[in-house]
Design a protein around this ligand. Sequence first.
Ligand code: SF4
Length: 275
Amino acid sequence: MRNFLNRLDETRFLGLDVWEFSWRSLARRYGRWFLASVVLRHPCRTLRGLRRYRRAKCRPREEEPTVVGSPSVESLRDQLAEGGLVVATGFCQKPLDPPCPAGRFNHRCVVWSLNPRRELPPACRGCPIRELGLKTLAAGGALHIMTSAADIADDLFMPSLRHPRWRGAVLAICPYSIPPFGLAMSICGLHGILFSYDRGDCRDYLAWARADEGDKPEQTFLAPSVHRRLLRLLEEIAEIRSARKLPAYSGFHEEKDFYLPVWDAPGIVPRAQAD
Ligand code: SF4
C-alpha cells in the first residue's frame, strides 16, 4: 500500500502529492479531525482549496519559500505589515545541548514568557527562537511554537476556517510537512510563507509521526541563507510598518499557545537583546 501511495505522490495523481500523508494520517487524531471537521463539513471550501493547492508551487527542499494563498512573497508581506501576522516554528528548533529551559515538546519559551527578572539561560543565547521572537515583535506579529499536528489544527487551521484570526503566517517547518501544510492552509484559508528546514528534519511519515508525539531526538535548523531570508522578511515587514507609521510593540504577552505583541511589557525586550 505504501508503495502505491508513494507512486501517487511521485506522479502527483490528480495534481496532489499528499496521498501517503493523508491516508496514513487517518489513523491519527489530526487526520480524523481534518476529514470530519474540514473535508466533510466544508466540501465546497475543500474543493476550492484543492484547486488553489494544485496551482501553488510547493518548494520543499529549495531556498525559495513556498507561498500559499498569494501571488508572491512581496504582496503577502505588504498585507502582513498591516497586522494579523503569526510567525511559527517547530518545537524541534529548540536547542538540545544545553537543553531549552522551557522543556521541548511544548509551546513555551522562557525568554518570551514575561519573566524579566530571570537571567538569560545559556541555551537561549544562540537559540534561533529568541532571535525569531525579536524580529517577530518588531514586525508586529505573534510568536508561536508548534507542537503536534492536532494542536496546529486548533491553533492555526481551525481559527482560519471559522472567522479568520490571522491575516497570514510565516512558518519554518520540515520539507516533508510543506505539502500537507500547504493543502490544509489552502483549504482553511490561511495565507502564508513557508520556509524549509535544512537539517535535522523528519524525512518520512514514521519520523514525522514520532515527532508528532514529541519524540524528536534531533534539533532542526534552517540553512543559514534561509534563516537570514526569513529574518530579512520580518525586518522588511517592520520597515513597512514604520513607514506607514503603525505602532511599535514593546513585548509579548503569553496567551494560551501564543506570544501576542503588547504595548506595555517593560523589561522583556532589553533582557532578550542582552547578548
Ligand atoms: S530562547 Fe530558545 S532555548 Fe531559550 S527558552 Fe526560548 S526556545 Fe528555549
